[in-house]
Write a protein that binds this ligand. Sequence first.
Ligand SMILES: NC(=O)c1ccc[n+]([C@@H]2O[C@H](COP(=O)([O-])OP(=O)(O)OC[C@H]3O[C@@H](n4cnc5c(N)ncnc54)[C@H](OP(=O)(O)O)[C@@H]3O)[C@@H](O)[C@H]2O)c1
Length: 272
Amino acid sequence: MILVTGATGNAGGAVVRALAEAGTPVRALVRREADLPAELAMGDLNDPASVAAALGGVRGVFLLSGYDRMEETLEEIRKAGVPRVVLLSASAAETGNRDNAVSRYHIESEELVRASGVAWTILRPRTFFANTLRWLDQLKAGDVVRDAFPDVRVAAVDPLDIGAVAATALVADGHEGQVYPITGPESLLPADRLRMLGQALGRDLTFVGLSDEEARAQMSAAMPEMYVDAFFDFFAAGNLDESAVLPTVEQVTGRPPRPFAEWAAANAHLFR
Ligand SMILES: NC(=O)c1ccc[n+]([C@@H]2O[C@H](COP(=O)([O-])OP(=O)(O)OC[C@H]3O[C@@H](n4cnc5c(N)ncnc54)[C@H](OP(=O)(O)O)[C@@H]3O)[C@@H](O)[C@H]2O)c1
């Protein structure tokens, strides 16, 4: 039995599906009822006792970063005799910059997992393809998408590939103590992704890059200021480079990562 946290989300949902497809029993820690191919356990990542209550018979935990009292949660996992944890971190941890709020919570989560006494694997995915869903409202309103950081190339990744890597590391030996950067197969500008999405939708779409001032206003409406500052530090100041395409997905899973065009075709219905 594998316990998956964040199971209703992009990454955790993909982990649940990858495990279920491989025939591995899955328990999903959820905050409310959900339709998942898994047994459900009600719990909250900010409440270590609720995680502890979900650990019976568990042989691996897929854990999200950045929640309260994570040290206690990890101690519960260790006490329950769970042999391994796979932590969903991010490329942001690679900057080592604790003054950046996004990097900080990933760095601190990684440190706690490394010190937990449980065998660990750390995943550092790049930007998710699923972030493209943030364009939904603009694409429902018209054929123009305006977004931040138009000149930043990212080897973005399909959450399904994060799920495949995580599922492998959760059930197979040989991944303990490994830090896996996870990328897609190509390095794309936002305008490239929009063009490919347009091809999947049969629409001619136009990308317009926002100025830094416009981007800050748009992002501030969606997230706290410290995270806006963090993303400006990454992508406007250039302190995080997610452009490199890396072989990890193929090395771990035996097959190459999915291209963005495939994600766009599979998710086109969401934009219609
Ligand atoms: N998006 C990216 O580009 C990116 C890149 C690198 C790393 N990451 C990391 O990946 C993480 C997951 O991303 P995602 O796209 O999968 O997120 P998501 O789709 O927003 O899903 C978040 C999941 O966490 C659950 N959750 C939230 N608060 C919780 C709590 N207190 N207790 C238990 N579960 C809780 C949510 O459950 P509910 O359904 O109950 O809300 C949901 O299942 C991010 O938070 C980030 O740290 C993201």
